[in-house]
Design a binder for this molecule. Structure first.
Ligand code: NCD
Length: 308
């Protein structure tokens, strides 16, 4: 097993499948009255969040607690980071406290990689800038596999603000490793030139959502990340929704079995309408539930169930 999980590219097909299979076993624990396993008793997991998060932070905390680890939650607000302490000094503090795993979210792309040089424990990237979010890709893959029965050969459209999306990057890397065919869809201004070839050969780019729908098994809608935009990438929110938003009539053009995903948080009415988000084809709430099982599997395999 790998020591850190920093990128979707850290996972070969065998390791990724092992994580997904372990997650399926972890999911069984969630159905019990007592949702706890002793696997990580006495180990310490630190959640180090320099950026806002609802789902990911709670999910990692629940995962670590269900494995009986001691959990320390650190958020940059209210800590010495607000006094200007550097990432390195924070890392050395965590090291001194004996963290076995550090789960880190940071606005700077690459921050988890730096952290991995400074601590002895395992580092899990919970989202770094516009770069990567590998556990999101794993929970997305898990959700596709459990709804559609397989990953190999699936046609997955990843739609919207690809430029700012760490979810898109990690998904392209992981899904292509697992044999799915990914097409990035969105306005040309929000799809970096050459991104498909740079991430994984075989990935396509398409600027026409309507053309993609009839042949997609999965449509993954991305949030338009206004907080990372310092330019106007499209004329107006209304124009964006008209061309790239998923609404009822568009959903109707998908094959019968196709599912609609979104990592959350959603801009309802922009990239996705409430009608679609709340429909039986939507896996949005399932993705959140699966996130806990997948993160349990990741922590378990990195910390306990391996040769370390
Ligand atoms: C994503 C993130 O933070 O990268 N959300 C998540 O982790 N569930 C996507 C987003 O913010 O749009």
């Amino acid at each position: 097993m790998i020591r850190h999980l920093l990128s979707g590219a850290d996972l070969d097909a065998e390791t990724a499948t092992q994580i997904l299979d372990t997650a399926a076993e972890m999911a069984a624990v969630a159905g019990r009255e007592v949702k706890k396993l002793p696997a990580l008793r006495g180990r310490t997991v630190v959640n180090l969040f320099y950026e806002d998060s609802t789902r990911t932070r709670i999910s990692f905390e629940a995962a670590a607690k269900r494995l009986s680890a001691d959990v320390i939650n650190f958020s940059a607000k209210g800590s010495s980071v607000a006094k200007g302490e550097s990432l390195k000094d924070t890392a050395l503090t965590l090291q001194a406290m004996g963290a076995d795993a550090v789960v880190v979210r940071h606005p700077a792309s690459g921050a988890p990689h730096r952290l991995a040089d400074w601590v002895d424990g395992s580092v899990v990237n919970a989202g770094d800038g516009t770069h990567e979010h590998p556990t999101q890709a794993l929970l997305d893959a898990y959700t596709m596999r459990s709804r559609l029965g397989r990953l190999a050969g699936l046609s997955v459209a990843v739609v919207g603000d690809v430029l700012h999306s760490r979810v898109a990057r990690s998904n392209v890397l992981l899904l292509s490793t697992l044999g799915a065919k990914v097409t990035l869809v969105g306005p040309p201004t929000l799809i970096p030139v050459d991104i498909a070839a740079a991430l994984a050969p075989g990935t396509d780019v398409c600027y026409d959502l309507d053309a993609m729908l009839p042949s997609s098994d999965v449509v993954m809608m991305l949030r338009v990340q206004r907080e990372r935009m310092n330019d106007s990438y499209f004329p107006s929110a209304r124009e964006y929704a008209r061309r790239y938003g998923l609404d009822g009539p568009r959903m109707g053009r998908l094959p019968e079995h196709a599912i609609v995903m979104h990592p959350g948080p959603m801009n309802r009415g922009m990239e996705i309408t409430p009608e679609v988000a709340d429909s039986p084809r939507s896996t949005i709430v399932e993705q959140v539930a699966n996130g806990v099982s997948v993160r349990m599997a990741v922590l378990y395999l990195l910390l306990g169930g391996n040769n370390r």
